[in-house]
Design a protein around this ligand. Structure first.
Ligand code: NHX
Ligand code: ZN
Length: 409
């Protein structure tokens, strides 16, 4: 409230020199007049008071004001005018070095087994924020406790990463043999298209153990943090996303195709739309912006909206999006038809072992078989491939197979 802002600055003046830190400034600093209804009087008064205090420059000498937000786009322009905040510092998501150091900080609080390698975990968590990493360490510690271990080992970090990124494993979920078979071919389809698309990130693992909302998934692992996203990888990702549905169709027939690919379809549609309307990837439509990201709706969701255009242009955009999807469907179909033997081999291996590592999938595709040391059957925790960890952006909300999205956008 306004009076507390006044109090705070009085305190600050008494204690000067000092720093006033306001976290989540968007809570009070939101654009006045945004949102439904008549706005919020109290919030508006609070913001006004804050602006007044910040204007009292001379009186406030020796006071440094720092504020933080994840939504600079929704702030009231008055807060950003000259004379208010002198500097804006953009703090991006941490890179691999940053993640390693942040992990080291949080890991100090838990007893670690000697096999834990913060670098490896950092490598497998692109796009994670500091809070995500803190949560990861916490989940790993909980898992170790639940397993009756005195120390947190690498296997707990691997499992915690899977849980944080893809939701809780549901081993007890009862699936019929037919459902398992369908899932195995669906995932084998994604995996095989990925193997045959050079621009695709390498596979980290494929599994038919249900997790979160998904019956199965294929996770890919970028070789390093990606800051840019290129046309060849977009096309590869489109084809890989269609691979699941296409495999279902090839193996079980047109009438037996399932509704389960909705997540893949949603992912592919969004990607194809962005390619045409934002990223200038359609030769027919050219490098023009046809859709604008809307800042916020009243609930804080972002939405894209078509810029003003003729009906004819709108129709052409829809056809271009459709064409991208159709072409990628055809590419996936071509790959999976040509390599149908490999598709059967992969699906059967998934049915037998439930989880396959990327290395095992490569071996299977190359030699038609793969070696797994005896006694390591169907245990996903037993197959973290050497040096590798997890994919990027495979979070629950982002789709059933871990796909890289351009970061930092
Ligand atoms: C159902 N669930 O709804 C069952 C329970 C096709 C083998 N009848 O594509 O699990 O079918 O590659 C994000 C995350 C839809 C979006 C998970 C949208 C799950 C997942 C429904 C595999 N793997 N689909 C996939 C799947 C399903 C669903 C999602 C999502 C299946 C497919 C879910
Ligand atoms: Zn799928």
């Amino acid at each position: 409230g306004a009076s507390r802002v006044r109090d705070m600055f009085e305190q600050a003046k008494k204690n000067a020199p000092c720093i006033v830190f306001i976290d989540e400034i968007d809570a009070v600093g939101r654009h006045r007049g945004a949102g439904l209804g008549n706005g919020n009087d109290e919030r508006e008064q609070t913001l006004n008071q804050l602006l007044v205090e910040m204007d009292g420059f001379e009186a406030n000498e020796g006071i440094i004001i720092i504020a933080a937000t994840n939504r600079p786009d929704v702030l009231d322009p008055a807060l950003l005018r000259p004379g208010r905040f002198d500097r804006q510092v953009v703090v991006p998501r941490p890179d691999i070095e940053g993640r390693e150091k942040i992990l080291a900080v949080h890991m100090k609080k838990v007893p670690l087994a000697p096999d834990v390698n913060a670098r490896t975990i950092a490598r497998g968590t692109p796009g994670f924020s500091g809070a995500d990493l803190a949560n990861l360490v916490n989940e790993a510690a909980l898992m170790a406790a639940r397993r009756g271990k005195r120390m947190v080992a690498m296997s707990e970090f691997e499992d915690a990463k899977d849980k944080v990124m893809m939701g809780t494993e549901r081993k007890s979920m009862v699936m019929t043999e037919d459902e398992k078979k369908m899932t195995a071919y669906h995932e084998a389809g994604h995996a095989l298209v990925s193997v045959h698309e050079p621009a695709s990130d390498p596979i980290h693992k494929a599994t038919i153990i249900p997790r979160g909302r998904a019956l199965g998934m294929v996770m890919r692992l970028p070789e390093r943090d990606n800051y840019s996203y290129h046309r060849d990888k977009m096309h590869a990702n489109l084809a890989v996303s269609m691979g699941g549905r296409v495999a279902e169709e090839i193996i079980f027939g047109y009438d037996k195709v399932s509704s389960g690919a909705s997540g893949d379809i949603q992912y592919a549609t969004k990607l194809a739309r962005d390619m045409v309307t934002q990223w200038g990837m359609s030769d027919l439509m050219g490098p023009l912006q046809y859709e604008e990201e809307q800042g916020e709706t009243f609930l804080g969701y972002s939405q894209s909206q078509r810029v003003h255009m003729s009906d004819e242009t709108a129709k052409k955009i829809d056809l271009e999006i459709r064409k991208l999807i159709d072409d990628s469907y055809d590419r996936a179909k071509h790959v999976l038809t040509k390599h149908e033997k490999q598709l059967h081999a992969l699906a059967n291996a998934l049915l037998e072992y439930e989880t396959l590592s990327g290395d095992e999938i490569d071996e299977l595709v190359e030699k038609g078989k793969f070696d797994r040391p005896d006694g390591e059957v169907a245990k996903p925790t037993a197959v973290p491939s050497a040096g590798a960890s997890i994919p990027k952006a495979g979070r629950n909300k982002k789709g059933p197979f871990g796909d890289p999205k351009p970061q930092g956008a």
